[in-house]
Design a protein around this ligand. Structure first.
Ligand code: 13P
Length: 268
């Protein structure tokens, strides 16, 4: 049975001391839960502080990105061994905010800068291949924009994102993979995807794993939903049969809200 994964993506919020304070509260409230897996993904600079707070609890630590080389002249980048050294177990890969839609919610954004931040399937594939030998578990984000959805391209976009990121990776290396369905139009907008539709697309993701690999992998990989998840909508989303957890943005910055979301997960 797939254990629900409730992950908080803190994005570019919280200093190390603020992150440690939130992690301390969460540790007290839900730190020893074993029915669900609780994951915190702070910014790079807060990883160490949060790691120290959650050590000895059941909570897990994840990074929001990684670079594919182990070391070298790559100014501003963080390598897989560095993440392992601070206690990370997971890495978010291919979030829409790093896939070339970076900063689109910024009203002052000059869109000509976007390509400098954009991630491609090829860079994601390198990152995925780089973290697996270190035992880091990928959370691969996929999802369509509103324009892509309205054009009827949701499935083809997601399949291409999965094929690109997983290219050349053997199924037996992917048992710890999680895939997060994050429709871009639902992220940070308060416009949550309807639970039936989120379940349908998560089922499509599982079917794609079955097509690309086999039944066993498809039944093992956890498929999460992300995009405006809150305590008020989490119960319905998390009780869908194809949804194995949530990747929570804004609501994960509030201890009470995140705790409530974690209690919405079904006992499996
Ligand atoms: P929100 O929950 O703020 O919509 O963000 C979702 C997300 O992008 C998680 O990775």
């Amino acid at each position: 049975m797939r254990r629900p994964l409730i992950a908080g993506n803190w994005k570019m919020h919280l200093t190390p001391s603020e992150g440690a304070a939130l992690a301390t509260t969460l540790r007290q409230r839900i730190g020893m839960r074993s029915d669900v897996e609780i994951l915190l993904c702070p910014s790079f600079v807060a990883l160490q502080a949060v790691s120290e707070v959650i050590r000895g609890s059941e909570m897990k630590l994840g990074a929001q990105n990684v670079f594919w080389r182990g070391s070298g002249a790559f100014t501003g980048q963080v390598s897989p061994p560095m993440l392992c050294a601070v206690g990370c177990e997971y890495v978010i890969l291919g979030h829409s905010e790093t896939r070339g839609r970076f900063g689109v919610n910024d009203p002052d954004l000059d869109t000509s800068v976007l390509p400098y931040f954009s991630e491609t399937e090829a860079t994601l594939n390198r990152k995925l291949c780089a973290i697996l030998p270190h035992g880091l578990k990928p959370i691969l984000c996929v999802g369509e924009t509103l324009a892509e959805r309205e054009a009827g391209h949701t499935e083809s976009i997601i399949r291409a994102q999965m094929e690109g990121a997983l290219q050349g990776v053997a199924g037996d290396e992917l048992y710890d993979l999680a895939i997060a369905y994050e429709p871009v139009w639902a992220i940070g907008t308060g416009r949550v995807c309807d639970a039936d539709e989120a379940n349908r697309v998560c089922g499509f993701i599982r079917q794609t794993l079955r097509d690309l690999y086999d039944d066993e992998l498809a039944e093992t990989v956890r498929v999460l939903y992300g995009g405006s998840v809150k305590a008020s909508n989490a119960h319905t989303l998390l009780h869908q049969p194809e949804i194995d957890g949530a990747l929570v943005g804004g609501a994960s910055l509030n201890a009470e809200e995140f705790e409530q979301i974690s209690y919405c997960a079904p006992k499996r």
